[in-house]
Design a protein around this ligand. Structure first.
Ligand code: MLT
Ligand code: ZN
Length: 476
């Protein structure tokens, strides 16, 4: 039986916490909050609340706990797995975090900052830049994605190779628990061995254990200079060979190493304004976008990258390469890469698989996965691209034009199972950086070690005994 919608008196109490202007209930006002970014889930809600302080979040969760009302925390609503979308039954309220958007502190000497969950990732990067530092998480959706969502999904992106994922970039958290208690642990310490690392539990928990309201984050020195290149390579194996060569030259100065198939480049150039292929004359089936960031001690990184690429070309590891000669050109290369998901969205429906394997298994994953898709999805085409330097591929399938959308989408379940089996056989993970949300709940149940699953359930029961925190996401 679906849960009952909240009582009118509960809704009135919740509205009173944030004030009329920050409590949305008209259909047109709640519409942006009840559908996910990919248009896969269409929920309903009687109320969207926009709290402006951690105390307001605490009062909301106290009321929800008292009256047994479920909540769905939401950031920029750019997730791929439906984790921030309410269910169809209309009994859940949405807490949208965008008004909790202050940069609370930047401590340059300590290389840290404290920011609220509703700050966009771009605003966090800007605040770090204004202080002469770098916050390195970088994603195509950074203009709308919020840091609370990045934390809740343990987001990755294009600089993980050098700086790690969101969990690696976090020093402390402030979290509101079910019931309204506030867990404050925002000390920006790099060393703190005082018991369990509880903050790690909330990162990647997708709002199922509590609502993250602020975080203490790590900052870094901005590279004094960067070099960016796009190279054409004959195969994924050649791309890995290139990565190994570049590692020898540049070590950890490689911040990004992204792989794009020719089809992704063609689609993106065709469907997104202002995107060009700087290697248009290169017939390569695959492209690699590489970025190096160096300290002042290293001069002329572009020249050095050029030399490294030239020596790789001599041994047929690459067919051609173009080096960015200005910041604008580097940005244009990045626009090509970061517009791939948008191009896929404009092209039609897609089936997404966010897979990671040991880097050495990438060529095999691409070969076997492509063959699997050709067999199971005759109305789709493989677009496998992404963060190959991290062993993470977005093994996506785009619907072929003129085919039936519903029939295509219905292939998700059997294809996903086969792709995840393949990934497991290569020692990989079926959720690299996008999370579980609603999309992969059954798979998580099926594929997770029973002891691990029981531990997760026990934690959920302890922190959320009434099951009101984003129910049906991650666990059911
Ligand atoms: C990206 O890296 O572009 C996104 O995480 C991936 C996607 O669209 O699957
Ligand atoms: Zn990605």
């Amino acid at each position: 039986m679906p849960p009952r919608p909240p009582a009118a008196s509960t809704l009135a109490d919740l509205r009173a916490v944030v004030g009329r202007a920050a409590a949305l209930d008209a259909i047109a006002d709640v519409a942006p909050y009840v559908e996910d970014f990919r248009g896969l889930y269409h929920g309903t809600t009687p109320l969207v609340l926009l709290p402006a302080s951690v105390e307001e979040v605490a009062r909301i969760l106290a009321i929800c706990d008292r009256d047994g009302v479920a909540v769905v925390p939401q950031g920029g609503n750019t997730g791929y797995c439906g984790g921030a979308t309410p269910h169809e039954h209309g009994a859940e309220i949405v807490i949208a975090m965008r008004r909790l958007n202050r940069i609370r502190a930047v401590d340059v000497a300590n290389d840290s900052m404290v920011v609220e969950a509703g700050c966009t990732l771009a605003a966090v990067q800007d605040a770090a830049r204004a202080a002469g530092r770098l916050f390195p998480l970088s994603l195509g959706s950074e203009g709308s994605a919020q840091i609370g969502g990045n934390l809740s999904t343990n987001a990755g992106g294009t600089a993980v190779l050098r700086y790690g994922m969101m969990r690696d970039l976090t020093l402390g958290l402030e979290v509101v628990l079910a019931g309204g208690r506030i867990l404050r642990s925002l000390q920006p310490l790099r060393k703190d061995n005082t018991g369990y690392d509880w903050k790690s539990l909330f990162i990647g928990a997708e709002g199922t254990l509590g609502v993250i309201t602020a975080a203490a984050l790590k900052l870094f020195a901005s590279p004094a200079d960067t070099a960016t290149a796009l190279a054409g390579v004959p195969s994924p194996a050649a791309a890995l060979d290139l990565l190994m060569r570049l590692r020898e030259h540049f070590g950890e100065a490689i911040s990004s190493f992204e792989l794009l198939p020719r089809r992704a480049v063609e689609l993106t150039v065709g469907l997104v304004d202002g995107v060009a292929n700087p290697l248009a004359d290169d017939a390569a089936p695959w492209f690699v976008l590489v970025e190096i960031g160096v300290s002042r001690a290293v001069t002329d990184p572009t020249g050095r990258l050029g030399e490294a690429l030239a020596s790789a070309a001599d041994s047929a590891t690459l067919s051609g390469a173009v080096l960015a000669t200005s910041a604008a050109q580097a940005q244009a290369f990045w626009k090509l890469r970061e517009s791939v998901p948008e191009a896929q969205r404009r092209h039609g429906a897609s089936l997404k698989h966010d897979l990671s394997v040991p880097i050495s298994a990438i060529p095999r994953l691409i070969d076997l996965g492509t063959a699997l898709i050709a067999r199971l999805v005759p109305d789709g085409e493989t677009i496998a691209y992404g963060h190959v330097g991290d062993g993470n591929l977005h093994f996506n399938v785009s619907q072929k034009p003129g085919t039936d959308r519903a029939a295509f989408l219905a292939r998700q379940a059997p294809l996903q199972a086969a792709m995840f089996d393949l990934t497991a056989s290569l020692g990989g993970s079926f959720s690299a950086e996008h999370g579980i949300g609603r999309l992969k709940v059954e798979e998580l149940e099926r594929r997770t070690d029973p002891v691990e699953l029981e531990l997760m359930r026990a934690l959920k029961r302890t922190l959320d005994p009434k099951g009101i925190m984003n129910p049906g996401k991650v666990l059911r």
